[in-house]
Ligand binder design. Sequence first.
Ligand code: 0X9
Ligand code: ZN
Length: 305
Amino acid sequence: KLNWTEYHDYTTIVLFLAELAQNYPDIVTLITIGKTHENREMYMVKISNTQTASPTKNAIIVDGGIHAREWISPAWNTWLIHELVENYAAHPQYVDNLDWYILPVMNPDGYVYSFADDRLWRKNRNPVNGPCVGIDLNPIFLFARTEGGAAGNGCDQTYHGPAAFSEDESANVRDAVLSVANGRTQAYLTYHSYGQYWLTPWGYTADLPEDYPQLFDLAQNAVNSLTAVYGTQYTIGSSTNVLYVASGGSDDWAKGGAGIPYSYTVELRDTGDFGFLLPADQIIPNNLEMWEAMKVVAEYVTGIV
Ligand code: 0X9
Ligand code: ZN
């Protein structure tokens, strides 16, 4: 059993996932997708009702914790898993009609380091770049990764590394995303903090995707439901246009590389009062409002034929 009144370390999160898989074998499968640079196992949770299994069911992929210090992201991802599984009876449709693939901590090495050594650590822990450790796992998903935003200097917080998919963590995610629910994954949501943004591709160019109106519409409906809970405001738009140019992001790759139509980066609470150090007493309110948005996406994705 996990609680969401505090932030949990990686070991605790993994234990929670393992217990869930054991207790709910009909709907939860724990998938190992590969190891990190420091040899930690990476876990993706598949939530799918085996009773209603179907090869044509639509799927959603969710991830969190690409950036180590953004603790609210794994906290939300784990809560989402909990809500879908442990509260299944309250809303069975989200599990019966959809398959979920949730990777709550995409950067376990960095996450562990942010607990033990440096609370504001962002990158992974690969020491490949001389005196400075770490590669920013976000900007290494596409060939376009060096086009803007991401840094070529290994000491920089946004160092994009030597090559696209050079890092074990990103390569594992690429392979997992391409192998699970191929052709039926309609949405990919990657959770970050902070800023309260609901971002669409592209992050590498100010040009908009062809289907931007549809991407925007779904985002708007999701955010409206979110805001209705506590009045929290989210800014919607393409990454480049409402945030900054940052090429090579996982969202751009999910859409442009993996062909998942509804791809979003969501920057969770807050807008800067606490920033990455979001107090733990905001975890539950953050999750309750984001759940309303998530349900809108889930309902929409269920209906896509
Ligand atoms: O810069 C990033 O990687 C993300 N922001 S954060 O403050 N969490 O680091 C934004 C990524 C948005 N998506 C793309 N630029 N593709
Ligand atoms: Zn981030």
